[in-house]
Ligand binder design. Sequence first.
Ligand code: AMP
Length: 412
Amino acid sequence: MSHQTFSGLGLSEPLCRALAAENYTHPTPIQTQTIPRLLEGRDLLGIAQTGTGKTAAFALPILQKLGKPQHPVAARWAHALILAPTRELAIQIGDSFRTYGRHTGLRNTVIFGGVGQPQQVKAMARGVDILIATPGRLLDLVQQKHVRLDAVKHFVLDEADRMLDMGFIRDVRKIVAMLPKKRQSLLFSATMPSDVAKLAAEMLRDPLRVEVAPQAVTVDLVDQRVHFVETAQKRALLTDLLRDPALARVIVFTRTKHHANRVSEHLQRAGVSNDALHGNKSQSARQRALERFRSGHARVLVATDIAARGIDVDGVSHVINFELPHEPESYVHRIGRTARAGNSGIAVAFCDASERPLLRDIERLTRRPLTVVGTRPAAFDTPQAKAEARRPDPSVYKRKRPRYRGKPRRAA
Ligand code: AMP
């Protein structure tokens, strides 16, 4: 946080009032660096992940720029378009616009797939100031002429790298091609794979480039621990840890939907209030699960990576990686749920023998070894596992041993 104030960044009184009501005292670094330039109309390439305050960084200038001259909204039109990869994220962005814009009179609506269309068509019939959408359903509605994109003046592509992972890039390109040439465009991405960089180059005009909280900085706020444990003992370890009331609001991550259900059922049997959150749940079940977690009615949320993307719940005390993810970046996203907006948090990884290489990838990415807090040695009793455990990882510990290149020893 900085000593800047929101009004010092050029934001209008109705917006500052809404922020004060949310107890936002100071802008976060990404907000300080971007808001004044976005108010000038610059394009932006933002390399930032959730937890940095990036939503407010784009929502506030857009609200202000829409709010100044009175734009009449025509049927089926929107003046600002925000694309997000998941419905959860889209809904959260919609909530943020509503919160920050509550004194502006600007209207927004959120559209996403997996639910009926009529409500969304009805909302668009009158036109809105701000439209937040997932790409697939937006394209459907545009093709059916329920939404028109020719009045969009501000365009945001959020979590572009996740769009790519989820296979939405073609849909995104189609949507971008339908937008007016004269517009302000913003692209946010936690990482910059080459396809995202290419899209940014096509989509942005002389963008301001801002990079905040590189992954290593965010993960520094999290106390990261690892338990070495056999696969079969993971569930028992989980209930064991949950006996400690300090684990007040906990997200447990699994790799698959099926495992999320199994862990959730196990916790239910152990008397721990929890819900599972994953892509096979209906939209209303997912919203209900999030609400129960947010309000404290459920102590634990068992989630898969994609479903958990963009979960914006404050005060998560612990993230438990019941299974380590295949992509180390997902680990960083997972533990970021517990260190939001400058708070610290605790992340605990359960690592079985087969997950050792995944742990090594994670430590290579974050450049810090996790603190070992528990070992169930039975899992590592094989000679192979013992050898593996003894061998230091040169990229983490920077102790590279030279390979023996001498002549083979002769038999005596
Ligand atoms: P985001 O990176 O947009 O997902 O935001 C992360 C969290 O930080 C959200 O819970 C926001 O409500 C919160 N937040 C954003 N900006 C600020 C700020 N300036 N002061 C305090 N909290 C903030």
